[in-house]
Write a protein of this length. Structure first.
Length: 411
């Protein structure tokens, strides 16, 4: 969904990544707190989803698509500009509908002491994310309509390839896109840079510049990710991660990211994404042909402006379902990258201690039954696998570190 995608520019879940919280290595939220946050976090996500559909149906029921199509035709004779004009009110309504659930999520993050920023900076970032969502959504609409109008016979393949190319471009530009929200700078800690470069050399990889993503002023979340392919490959570490984990633990996490690089995970994901896109455009093409697009004055062709909202809702739904397939691949990749990390470093102890901290610090928890919705396997499973690796290799794992109870919620 495009507005979820817009939010992803902030949370950077586009590529294989490790998402984690790091309030402080000494904080250990009690299980009840994690469960409470996870439950409310999921509720916020559901509200966001419902808000999207609500906005869409309001849009259709008020016949805004008819008005915007008439206005676009009177404003310009260029069909592709007309499409953008038709996209504007739909995007605007969805952005407005997203505001309350997003505010609720912000309230949760403040209540559970995850967010540090105030309302104004949050609102500014919300607007920026939606501005990127506008550009991204407009590009998808243009790709679909241009492909179908210019090359109708193979439009679904062309649109699938072009959409994948767009995703690849986003992936390649991720450091730049993230810099709209937070400073993203080459790693300034020279000794860490040296250490990680040696680690990459050990893995026989060139990862180019390693970036530090400075988010600590607005959130306590921590994140490490790899993005891009080939010479455009980049590794990003949040400053919160660098400060929260020990050097050995940062190595273990970066080794995991190097695993994604060495095993060509980004490429495999982009390939599967391409296949999913091709399938999505094929099915939507059939819906247009048989005049099954909701709220459209269907004539079976792609030269109809009132197709825009129906196309967008179908594309968004298909994209969400496609993500379930992608998540399945992603979880396999995460397990493989974990194994790569332990093998590269020669032990899984630092990975386990890092994940133990993250289990304490990351307030979003889920179990095996719910893993189909997530890009990562449950943390408990990953720790158990690492412990099996340690046992098999005669490694002695450090006992749980002493924990200091976390502060109470700020409400
Ligand atoms: Zn990963």
């Amino acid at each position: 969904m495009i507005f979820i995608s817009a939010a992803c520019f902030k949370t950077a879940k586009i590529c294989p990544s490790v998402i984690m919280n790091n309030a402080a290595t000494s904080s250990a939220p009690p299980p009840d707190l994690r469960r409470a946050y996870s439950k409310q976090f999921r509720r916020a996500a559901q509200l966001r989803f419902l808000a999207f559909f609500f906005a869409f149906f309001v849009y259709g029921l008020l016949r805004i698509n008819q008005w915007s199509a008439s206005f676009a035709q009177s404003a310009t004779s260029n069909f592709y500009l007309q499409l953008v004009i038709c996209w504007v009110p739909l995007w605007l309504l969805c952005a407005v509908a997203q505001l309350p659930p997003s505010l609720y999520r912000f309230y949760l993050d403040r209540k559970f002491q995850i967010a540090k920023s105030g309302l104004y900076p949050w609102l500014r970032d919300f607007l920026k994310a939606n501005a990127l969502g506008f550009a991204f959504g407009a590009a998808i609409v243009e790709i679909a309509f241009a492909s179908n109008n210019l090359f109708p016979s193979y439009a679904w393949i062309l649109a699938g390839i072009l959409s994948s190319f767009l995703f690849m471009l986003v992936s390649r530009s991720l450091p730049w896109l993230l810099s709209f929200f937070y400073p993203v700078l080459p790693l300034t800690n020279k000794s860490l840079q040296e250490r990680l470069t040696q680690l990459a050399a050990k893995a026989r990889l060139r990862v180019g510049t390693i970036y530090e993503w400075r988010i600590s002023e607005s959130t306590r979340r921590a994140n490490a990710l790899v993005t891009g392919i080939g010479s455009a490959r980049r590794v990003l570490l949040t400053d919160t991660l660098i400060s929260a984990l020990s050097e050995d633990e940062v190595d273990a996490i970066v080794a995991h990211e190097l695993g994604h690089c060495a095993l060509h995970h980004v490429r495999a994901r982009l390939l599967l994404q391409s296949l999913i896109f091709v399938g999505i455009y094929y099915v939507i093409g059939l819906a247009v042909h048989y005049q099954l697009v909701i709220f459209a004055d269907g004539n079976g062709s792609w030269n109809e402006l009132t197709l825009v909202p129906g196309f967008f809702i179908y594309w968004s739904c298909a994209y969400v379902y496609g993500n379930i397939l992608l998540a399945s691949l992603s979880r396999k990749q995460e397990r493989a990258a974990d194994l790569f990390s332990w093998t590269l470093i020669g032990r899984s102890g630092p990975f386990i201690t890092a994940m133990r901290k993250l289990t304490d610090l990351n307030l979003v928890v889920f179990d095996k039954k719910a893993e189909w919705k997530y890009m990562h396997p449950p943390t408990a499973d990953r720790i158990a696998a690492a412990e099996r690796f340690a046992k098999a290799h005669g490694e002695i794992i450090a006992a749980l570190e002493p924990r200091v109870e976390t502060g109470s919620m700020s409400n």
